[in-house]
Ligand binder design. Structure first.
Ligand code: NAG
Ligand code: NAG
Ligand code: NAG
Ligand code: NAG
Length: 406
Protein backbone atom coordinates (compact mmCIF):
# COMPACT_ATOMS: atom_id res chain seq x y z
CA UNK A 1 0.00 0.00 0.00
CA UNK A 2 2.72 2.42 1.06
CA UNK A 3 4.76 1.46 -2.00
CA UNK A 4 1.83 2.03 -4.29
CA UNK A 5 1.19 5.43 -2.71
CA UNK A 6 4.84 6.38 -3.11
CA UNK A 7 4.67 5.20 -6.71
CA UNK A 8 1.60 7.32 -7.38
CA UNK A 9 3.25 10.37 -5.82
CA UNK A 10 6.40 9.86 -7.88
CA UNK A 11 4.42 9.33 -11.05
CA UNK A 12 2.35 12.48 -10.55
CA UNK A 13 5.54 14.43 -9.73
CA UNK A 14 7.05 13.16 -13.00
CA UNK A 15 3.86 13.98 -14.90
CA UNK A 16 3.88 17.46 -13.31
CA UNK A 17 7.48 17.93 -14.45
CA UNK A 18 6.75 16.75 -17.96
CA UNK A 19 3.33 18.32 -18.40
CA UNK A 20 3.29 21.70 -20.06
CA UNK A 21 0.29 23.50 -21.47
CA UNK A 22 0.95 23.69 -25.20
CA UNK A 23 -0.96 25.65 -27.82
CA UNK A 24 -3.62 23.56 -29.52
CA UNK A 25 -2.51 22.64 -33.00
CA UNK A 26 1.05 21.64 -32.20
CA UNK A 27 1.96 18.23 -33.63
CA UNK A 28 1.64 15.39 -31.08
CA UNK A 29 1.96 17.48 -27.90
CA UNK A 30 2.99 14.60 -25.58
CA UNK A 31 6.05 13.83 -27.67
CA UNK A 32 7.07 17.46 -27.58
CA UNK A 33 6.54 17.53 -23.80
CA UNK A 34 8.81 14.51 -23.35
CA UNK A 35 11.48 16.09 -25.53
CA UNK A 36 11.17 19.31 -23.57
CA UNK A 37 11.40 17.54 -20.20
CA UNK A 38 14.60 15.87 -21.40
CA UNK A 39 16.08 19.19 -22.53
CA UNK A 40 14.92 21.03 -19.43
CA UNK A 41 16.49 18.47 -17.11
CA UNK A 42 19.81 18.76 -19.00
CA UNK A 43 19.57 22.56 -18.90
CA UNK A 44 18.78 22.62 -15.19
CA UNK A 45 21.60 20.21 -14.33
CA UNK A 46 24.04 22.32 -16.32
CA UNK A 47 22.76 25.52 -14.70
CA UNK A 48 23.44 23.99 -11.28
CA UNK A 49 26.93 22.90 -12.33
CA UNK A 50 27.53 26.39 -13.74
CA UNK A 51 26.34 28.11 -10.54
CA UNK A 52 28.51 25.80 -8.42
CA UNK A 53 31.50 26.67 -10.57
CA UNK A 54 32.01 23.06 -11.68
CA UNK A 55 32.14 24.05 -15.33
CA UNK A 56 30.52 26.30 -17.91
CA UNK A 57 26.91 25.26 -18.58
CA UNK A 58 27.60 24.91 -22.27
CA UNK A 59 30.49 22.51 -21.64
CA UNK A 60 28.39 20.22 -19.50
CA UNK A 61 25.58 20.27 -22.02
CA UNK A 62 27.99 19.51 -24.83
CA UNK A 63 29.54 16.67 -22.85
CA UNK A 64 26.13 15.12 -22.21
CA UNK A 65 25.15 15.57 -25.85
CA UNK A 66 28.43 14.00 -27.04
CA UNK A 67 28.05 11.09 -24.66
CA UNK A 68 24.48 10.38 -25.71
CA UNK A 69 24.55 11.40 -29.32
CA UNK A 70 27.95 11.49 -31.02
CA UNK A 71 28.57 8.40 -33.10
CA UNK A 72 31.52 7.04 -35.07
CA UNK A 73 31.79 7.57 -38.81
CA UNK A 74 30.41 4.25 -40.01
CA UNK A 75 29.93 3.41 -43.68
CA UNK A 76 26.93 1.48 -44.93
CA UNK A 77 26.65 -0.50 -48.16
CA UNK A 78 25.17 2.62 -49.77
CA UNK A 79 27.18 5.49 -48.25
CA UNK A 80 30.87 5.84 -47.40
CA UNK A 81 31.15 7.96 -44.24
CA UNK A 82 34.49 9.47 -43.21
CA UNK A 83 35.66 12.18 -40.84
CA UNK A 84 37.80 14.63 -42.73
CA UNK A 85 38.51 18.37 -42.94
CA UNK A 86 37.39 21.08 -45.31
CA UNK A 87 39.50 24.24 -45.45
CA UNK A 88 40.99 23.16 -42.12
CA UNK A 89 37.56 22.74 -40.50
CA UNK A 90 36.56 19.27 -39.21
CA UNK A 91 33.87 17.82 -41.47
CA UNK A 92 32.00 14.52 -41.78
CA UNK A 93 31.71 13.46 -45.41
CA UNK A 94 28.89 11.24 -46.73
CA UNK A 95 29.71 9.81 -50.14
CA UNK A 96 27.23 7.60 -52.02
CA UNK A 97 29.00 4.46 -53.23
CA UNK A 98 26.80 3.76 -56.25
CA UNK A 99 24.80 6.13 -58.48
CA UNK A 100 25.94 8.55 -61.13
CA UNK A 101 29.63 9.26 -61.59
CA UNK A 102 29.07 13.01 -61.15
CA UNK A 103 27.17 13.74 -57.95
CA UNK A 104 25.29 16.62 -56.42
CA UNK A 105 26.96 18.38 -53.48
CA UNK A 106 25.51 19.73 -50.23
CA UNK A 107 27.41 21.55 -47.49
CA UNK A 108 25.47 21.42 -44.22
CA UNK A 109 25.72 23.44 -41.00
CA UNK A 110 24.15 21.93 -37.88
CA UNK A 111 22.08 23.87 -35.35
CA UNK A 112 22.59 24.42 -31.61
CA UNK A 113 22.73 28.17 -30.98
CA UNK A 114 26.36 28.44 -32.26
CA UNK A 115 27.29 26.72 -28.96
CA UNK A 116 26.00 23.16 -29.05
CA UNK A 117 25.83 20.18 -31.34
CA UNK A 118 27.98 18.49 -33.95
CA UNK A 119 27.69 17.02 -37.40
CA UNK A 120 28.79 13.77 -35.76
CA UNK A 121 25.60 13.56 -33.69
CA UNK A 122 23.29 10.67 -34.45
CA UNK A 123 20.46 12.95 -35.62
CA UNK A 124 22.63 14.91 -38.07
CA UNK A 125 24.47 11.77 -39.17
CA UNK A 126 21.12 10.16 -40.02
CA UNK A 127 19.88 13.25 -41.86
CA UNK A 128 23.03 13.63 -43.97
CA UNK A 129 23.19 9.90 -44.69
CA UNK A 130 19.60 10.00 -45.92
CA UNK A 131 20.31 13.06 -48.08
CA UNK A 132 23.37 11.35 -49.58
CA UNK A 133 21.32 8.27 -50.41
CA UNK A 134 18.10 9.90 -51.60
CA UNK A 135 19.78 12.66 -53.60
CA UNK A 136 22.85 10.79 -54.82
CA UNK A 137 24.77 13.71 -53.28
CA UNK A 138 28.08 14.13 -51.51
CA UNK A 139 27.07 15.74 -48.22
CA UNK A 140 29.60 17.53 -46.01
CA UNK A 141 28.54 18.29 -42.45
CA UNK A 142 30.79 20.95 -40.95
CA UNK A 143 31.94 21.10 -37.32
CA UNK A 144 32.61 24.83 -37.03
CA UNK A 145 33.99 26.10 -33.70
CA UNK A 146 31.49 26.74 -30.89
CA UNK A 147 30.80 29.33 -28.18
CA UNK A 148 31.83 30.21 -25.55
CA UNK A 149 35.46 29.58 -26.68
CA UNK A 150 34.71 30.79 -30.18
CA UNK A 151 32.60 33.90 -30.65
CA UNK A 152 31.47 35.81 -33.70
CA UNK A 153 32.98 36.06 -36.27
CA UNK A 154 34.81 32.72 -35.63
CA UNK A 155 31.83 30.51 -36.49
CA UNK A 156 31.13 32.64 -39.55
CA UNK A 157 34.77 32.49 -40.67
CA UNK A 158 34.82 28.70 -40.26
CA UNK A 159 31.64 28.41 -42.32
CA UNK A 160 33.13 30.60 -45.06
CA UNK A 161 36.47 28.75 -45.06
CA UNK A 162 34.76 25.35 -45.30
CA UNK A 163 32.45 26.59 -48.07
CA UNK A 164 35.29 28.09 -50.11
CA UNK A 165 37.16 24.79 -49.87
CA UNK A 166 33.98 22.90 -50.81
CA UNK A 167 33.61 25.00 -53.99
CA UNK A 168 37.29 24.62 -54.96
CA UNK A 169 38.20 22.63 -58.07
CA UNK A 170 40.36 20.25 -56.01
CA UNK A 171 37.55 19.22 -53.68
CA UNK A 172 34.86 19.07 -56.37
CA UNK A 173 37.08 16.87 -58.54
CA UNK A 174 38.29 14.71 -55.68
CA UNK A 175 34.71 13.86 -54.67
CA UNK A 176 33.28 13.86 -58.24
CA UNK A 177 30.83 16.67 -57.46
CA UNK A 178 29.03 18.43 -60.32
CA UNK A 179 29.97 22.15 -59.95
CA UNK A 180 26.57 23.10 -61.42
CA UNK A 181 24.69 21.29 -58.66
CA UNK A 182 25.93 22.45 -55.26
CA UNK A 183 23.84 23.70 -52.37
CA UNK A 184 24.39 25.30 -48.97
CA UNK A 185 22.06 24.33 -46.16
CA UNK A 186 21.59 24.29 -42.40
CA UNK A 187 19.07 24.44 -39.58
CA UNK A 188 18.55 27.03 -36.85
CA UNK A 189 21.97 28.60 -36.08
CA UNK A 190 23.27 26.51 -38.99
CA UNK A 191 20.61 28.14 -41.18
CA UNK A 192 22.00 31.47 -40.06
CA UNK A 193 25.50 30.43 -41.20
CA UNK A 194 24.15 29.01 -44.48
CA UNK A 195 22.33 32.28 -45.27
CA UNK A 196 25.43 34.34 -44.39
CA UNK A 197 27.64 32.09 -46.55
CA UNK A 198 25.20 32.35 -49.47
CA UNK A 199 25.30 36.16 -49.26
CA UNK A 200 29.06 36.41 -49.00
CA UNK A 201 29.99 33.89 -51.69
CA UNK A 202 27.32 34.94 -54.21
CA UNK A 203 28.79 38.44 -54.16
CA UNK A 204 32.37 37.22 -54.59
CA UNK A 205 33.32 37.65 -58.25
CA UNK A 206 36.60 35.75 -57.85
CA UNK A 207 34.71 32.48 -57.32
CA UNK A 208 34.14 30.38 -60.43
CA UNK A 209 31.68 27.93 -58.89
CA UNK A 210 28.50 29.30 -57.28
CA UNK A 211 25.83 27.68 -55.19
CA UNK A 212 22.77 26.66 -57.17
CA UNK A 213 20.51 26.68 -54.11
CA UNK A 214 20.26 27.64 -50.44
CA UNK A 215 18.02 25.61 -48.12
CA UNK A 216 17.35 27.22 -44.76
CA UNK A 217 15.59 25.24 -42.02
CA UNK A 218 13.93 27.42 -39.34
CA UNK A 219 16.90 29.82 -39.50
CA UNK A 220 17.76 32.50 -36.91
CA UNK A 221 18.40 35.75 -38.78
CA UNK A 222 18.24 38.83 -36.55
CA UNK A 223 18.81 39.99 -32.96
CA UNK A 224 17.22 43.43 -32.91
CA UNK A 225 13.58 42.50 -32.31
CA UNK A 226 12.69 39.92 -29.66
CA UNK A 227 9.02 40.90 -29.98
CA UNK A 228 8.13 39.75 -33.46
CA UNK A 229 4.68 38.12 -33.42
CA UNK A 230 6.33 34.69 -33.31
CA UNK A 231 8.56 35.67 -30.37
CA UNK A 232 5.45 36.95 -28.59
CA UNK A 233 3.23 34.02 -29.48
CA UNK A 234 5.77 31.25 -28.77
CA UNK A 235 7.82 32.62 -25.91
CA UNK A 236 6.81 29.72 -23.67
CA UNK A 237 6.74 27.00 -26.33
CA UNK A 238 9.47 24.35 -26.07
CA UNK A 239 12.17 23.73 -26.91
CA UNK A 240 13.53 27.13 -27.90
CA UNK A 241 12.21 29.50 -25.23
CA UNK A 242 12.56 33.22 -25.90
CA UNK A 243 15.19 33.88 -23.17
CA UNK A 244 17.24 30.91 -24.36
CA UNK A 245 17.48 32.45 -27.82
CA UNK A 246 18.52 35.83 -26.39
CA UNK A 247 21.24 34.10 -24.37
CA UNK A 248 22.48 32.17 -27.41
CA UNK A 249 22.74 35.49 -29.28
CA UNK A 250 24.72 37.17 -26.49
CA UNK A 251 27.07 34.21 -26.27
CA UNK A 252 27.59 34.19 -30.02
CA UNK A 253 28.20 37.92 -30.24
CA UNK A 254 30.48 37.94 -27.19
CA UNK A 255 28.12 40.21 -25.24
CA UNK A 256 27.76 40.13 -21.48
CA UNK A 257 24.97 37.68 -20.65
CA UNK A 258 23.73 40.13 -18.01
CA UNK A 259 22.29 42.07 -21.00
CA UNK A 260 19.67 39.37 -21.51
CA UNK A 261 16.71 41.16 -19.80
CA UNK A 262 17.56 44.30 -21.72
CA UNK A 263 17.49 42.46 -25.05
CA UNK A 264 14.23 40.76 -24.12
CA UNK A 265 12.74 44.22 -23.48
CA UNK A 266 13.94 45.42 -26.93
CA UNK A 267 15.80 48.16 -25.05
CA UNK A 268 18.87 47.63 -27.25
CA UNK A 269 16.94 48.66 -30.37
CA UNK A 270 15.05 51.63 -28.90
CA UNK A 271 14.58 54.67 -31.13
CA UNK A 272 17.23 56.63 -29.21
CA UNK A 273 19.90 54.12 -30.34
CA UNK A 274 21.66 56.04 -33.10
CA UNK A 275 23.63 52.93 -34.13
CA UNK A 276 20.52 51.57 -35.91
CA UNK A 277 19.55 53.46 -39.03
CA UNK A 278 15.99 53.85 -40.30
CA UNK A 279 17.05 51.78 -43.28
CA UNK A 280 18.18 48.95 -41.02
CA UNK A 281 14.90 49.13 -39.10
CA UNK A 282 12.92 48.83 -42.30
CA UNK A 283 14.60 45.49 -43.07
CA UNK A 284 12.99 43.85 -40.09
CA UNK A 285 9.81 45.87 -39.92
CA UNK A 286 7.34 43.04 -39.57
CA UNK A 287 4.27 45.27 -39.76
CA UNK A 288 5.27 45.72 -43.41
CA UNK A 289 6.94 42.35 -44.11
CA UNK A 290 4.50 39.85 -42.59
CA UNK A 291 1.03 39.03 -43.88
CA UNK A 292 -1.93 39.85 -41.62
CA UNK A 293 -2.55 36.20 -40.73
CA UNK A 294 0.88 36.02 -39.07
CA UNK A 295 0.78 39.49 -37.47
CA UNK A 296 -2.51 38.54 -35.79
CA UNK A 297 -3.33 40.87 -32.87
CA UNK A 298 0.33 41.45 -31.92
CA UNK A 299 1.76 44.95 -31.62
CA UNK A 300 5.36 46.06 -32.22
CA UNK A 301 7.44 46.78 -29.13
CA UNK A 302 9.45 49.81 -30.19
CA UNK A 303 10.73 51.89 -27.24
CA UNK A 304 11.23 55.65 -27.54
CA UNK A 305 14.00 55.44 -24.96
CA UNK A 306 15.94 52.37 -23.93
CA UNK A 307 19.62 51.65 -23.53
CA UNK A 308 21.48 53.48 -26.27
CA UNK A 309 25.08 52.28 -26.40
CA UNK A 310 24.43 48.55 -26.31
CA UNK A 311 24.95 48.33 -30.06
CA UNK A 312 28.30 50.09 -29.55
CA UNK A 313 29.17 47.60 -26.84
CA UNK A 314 28.01 44.56 -28.88
CA UNK A 315 28.62 45.61 -32.50
CA UNK A 316 27.68 42.17 -33.81
CA UNK A 317 24.02 43.10 -33.19
CA UNK A 318 23.94 45.11 -36.41
CA UNK A 319 26.54 43.11 -38.34
CA UNK A 320 25.02 41.61 -41.45
CA UNK A 321 27.39 38.62 -41.23
CA UNK A 322 25.63 37.70 -37.96
CA UNK A 323 22.15 38.87 -38.98
CA UNK A 324 21.57 38.01 -42.64
CA UNK A 325 18.11 39.62 -42.53
CA UNK A 326 19.85 43.02 -42.42
CA UNK A 327 21.45 42.58 -45.87
CA UNK A 328 20.99 45.10 -48.67
CA UNK A 329 18.45 44.18 -51.32
CA UNK A 330 21.23 44.06 -53.95
CA UNK A 331 23.15 41.45 -51.95
CA UNK A 332 20.02 39.35 -51.44
CA UNK A 333 19.26 39.55 -55.16
CA UNK A 334 22.52 37.82 -56.04
CA UNK A 335 21.87 34.80 -53.78
CA UNK A 336 20.66 31.52 -55.30
CA UNK A 337 17.12 30.20 -55.32
CA UNK A 338 15.94 29.46 -51.85
CA UNK A 339 13.96 27.04 -49.73
CA UNK A 340 12.93 28.50 -46.35
CA UNK A 341 11.25 26.24 -43.81
CA UNK A 342 9.31 27.82 -40.95
CA UNK A 343 7.23 26.41 -38.09
CA UNK A 344 4.16 28.03 -36.55
CA UNK A 345 5.21 27.17 -32.97
CA UNK A 346 8.71 28.63 -33.14
CA UNK A 347 10.01 31.99 -31.91
CA UNK A 348 12.08 32.14 -35.12
CA UNK A 349 9.11 31.73 -37.47
CA UNK A 350 9.06 35.42 -38.41
CA UNK A 351 12.83 35.62 -38.93
CA UNK A 352 12.33 33.04 -41.68
CA UNK A 353 9.12 34.52 -43.08
CA UNK A 354 10.61 38.02 -43.29
CA UNK A 355 13.72 36.65 -44.98
CA UNK A 356 11.67 34.71 -47.53
CA UNK A 357 9.72 37.89 -48.27
CA UNK A 358 12.85 40.04 -48.60
CA UNK A 359 14.50 37.46 -50.89
CA UNK A 360 11.38 37.43 -53.04
CA UNK A 361 11.29 41.24 -53.18
CA UNK A 362 14.92 41.09 -54.34
CA UNK A 363 13.93 38.82 -57.24
CA UNK A 364 15.07 35.45 -55.84
CA UNK A 365 12.88 32.39 -56.48
CA UNK A 366 11.73 31.27 -53.04
CA UNK A 367 9.87 28.20 -51.83
CA UNK A 368 8.44 29.10 -48.43
CA UNK A 369 7.51 25.87 -46.65
CA UNK A 370 5.48 26.55 -43.52
CA UNK A 371 4.32 23.91 -41.00
CA UNK A 372 1.16 24.89 -39.16
CA UNK A 373 1.80 22.17 -36.55
CA UNK A 374 5.60 22.46 -36.53
CA UNK A 375 7.88 23.45 -33.64
CA UNK A 376 11.53 24.51 -33.51
CA UNK A 377 13.87 21.59 -34.14
CA UNK A 378 11.19 19.25 -35.40
CA UNK A 379 13.00 18.17 -38.56
CA UNK A 380 16.24 17.13 -36.91
CA UNK A 381 14.48 15.47 -33.97
CA UNK A 382 12.61 13.33 -36.48
CA UNK A 383 14.98 10.51 -35.54
CA UNK A 384 14.68 10.58 -31.75
CA UNK A 385 12.44 8.03 -30.03
CA UNK A 386 9.87 10.83 -29.90
CA UNK A 387 9.79 10.89 -33.69
CA UNK A 388 7.02 13.29 -34.61
CA UNK A 389 4.88 13.21 -37.70
CA UNK A 390 5.69 16.83 -38.55
CA UNK A 391 9.38 15.96 -38.26
CA UNK A 392 9.07 13.20 -40.81
CA UNK A 393 6.86 15.26 -43.13
CA UNK A 394 9.17 18.27 -43.07
CA UNK A 395 12.27 16.15 -43.73
CA UNK A 396 10.63 14.44 -46.69
CA UNK A 397 9.54 17.76 -48.18
CA UNK A 398 12.99 19.30 -47.66
CA UNK A 399 14.68 16.41 -49.43
CA UNK A 400 12.05 16.44 -52.18
CA UNK A 401 12.67 20.15 -52.76
CA UNK A 402 16.39 19.48 -53.09
CA UNK A 403 15.71 16.61 -55.45
CA UNK A 404 13.64 18.86 -57.70
CA UNK A 405 15.81 21.97 -57.48
CA UNK A 406 19.41 20.84 -57.24
C1 NAG B 1 35.64 5.33 -48.28
O1 NAG B 1 36.41 6.50 -48.40
C2 NAG B 1 37.73 6.37 -47.93
C3 NAG B 1 38.40 7.73 -47.98
O2 NAG B 1 38.14 8.39 -49.18
C4 NAG B 1 38.45 5.33 -48.79
O3 NAG B 1 39.76 5.14 -48.32
C5 NAG B 1 37.68 4.01 -48.74
O4 NAG B 1 38.27 3.10 -49.61
C6 NAG B 1 36.22 4.22 -49.11
N1 NAG B 1 35.48 3.00 -48.91
C7 NAG B 1 34.60 2.53 -49.80
C8 NAG B 1 33.87 1.29 -49.41
O5 NAG B 1 34.42 3.07 -50.89
C1 NAG C 1 28.98 41.62 -17.00
O1 NAG C 1 28.12 42.58 -16.42
C2 NAG C 1 28.06 42.46 -15.02
C3 NAG C 1 26.97 43.39 -14.51
O2 NAG C 1 26.95 44.60 -15.23
C4 NAG C 1 29.44 42.81 -14.43
O3 NAG C 1 29.41 42.69 -13.03
C5 NAG C 1 30.45 41.83 -15.01
O4 NAG C 1 31.75 42.17 -14.57
C6 NAG C 1 30.40 41.82 -16.52
N1 NAG C 1 31.24 40.76 -17.03
C7 NAG C 1 32.16 40.96 -17.94
C8 NAG C 1 32.93 39.74 -18.38
O5 NAG C 1 32.37 42.05 -18.45
C1 NAG D 1 14.16 49.30 -20.57
O1 NAG D 1 14.08 50.69 -20.72
C2 NAG D 1 13.07 51.30 -19.94
C3 NAG D 1 13.04 52.76 -20.33
O2 NAG D 1 12.47 52.90 -21.57
C4 NAG D 1 13.36 51.07 -18.48
O3 NAG D 1 12.30 51.61 -17.70
C5 NAG D 1 13.44 49.58 -18.21
O4 NAG D 1 13.84 49.34 -16.87
C6 NAG D 1 14.47 48.94 -19.13
N1 NAG D 1 14.44 47.51 -18.95
C7 NAG D 1 15.54 46.76 -18.86
C8 NAG D 1 15.32 45.30 -18.62
O5 NAG D 1 16.66 47.20 -18.97
C1 NAG E 1 7.03 49.86 -40.53
O1 NAG E 1 6.12 49.80 -41.60
C2 NAG E 1 4.90 50.42 -41.31
C3 NAG E 1 3.93 50.08 -42.47
O2 NAG E 1 4.53 50.30 -43.72
C4 NAG E 1 5.12 51.90 -41.12
O3 NAG E 1 3.90 52.55 -40.82
C5 NAG E 1 6.10 52.09 -39.96
O4 NAG E 1 6.43 53.43 -39.81
C6 NAG E 1 7.37 51.30 -40.20
N1 NAG E 1 8.19 51.33 -39.00
C7 NAG E 1 9.51 51.46 -39.04
C8 NAG E 1 10.20 51.47 -37.70
O5 NAG E 1 10.16 51.56 -40.06
Amino acid sequence: MRLRLAGAVLLSAAAYYVYLPLPSGVSEPWKLMMLDALFRSFMQASDVAHAMGVCHRVHLLNRVVSWVEVIEARSSPAVNVTDSALGGIPTRVFHPIRGERLKRGVIYFHGGGWALGSGRMRSYDHLCRKMAEDLDAVVMSVDYRLAPEAVFPDQYHDAIAASRAFLSTEVLEHYSIDPERVCVSGDSAGGNLAAAVAQKLSSDDTLKVKFKAQALIYPVLQALDFHTPSYQQNQAVPILYRPVMARFWLQYLGGNTSLEPLLLANNHSSLDESGISAETRSKLNWTALLPAERRKHFRPVLKETGSPGVVGEVPGLTDVRASPLLAEQGVLGRTPKAYVMTCEFDVLRDDGLMYARRLQDAGVTVTSDHYEDGFHGCMVFAYLPMMSSVGRRSMNNYIRWLDQNL
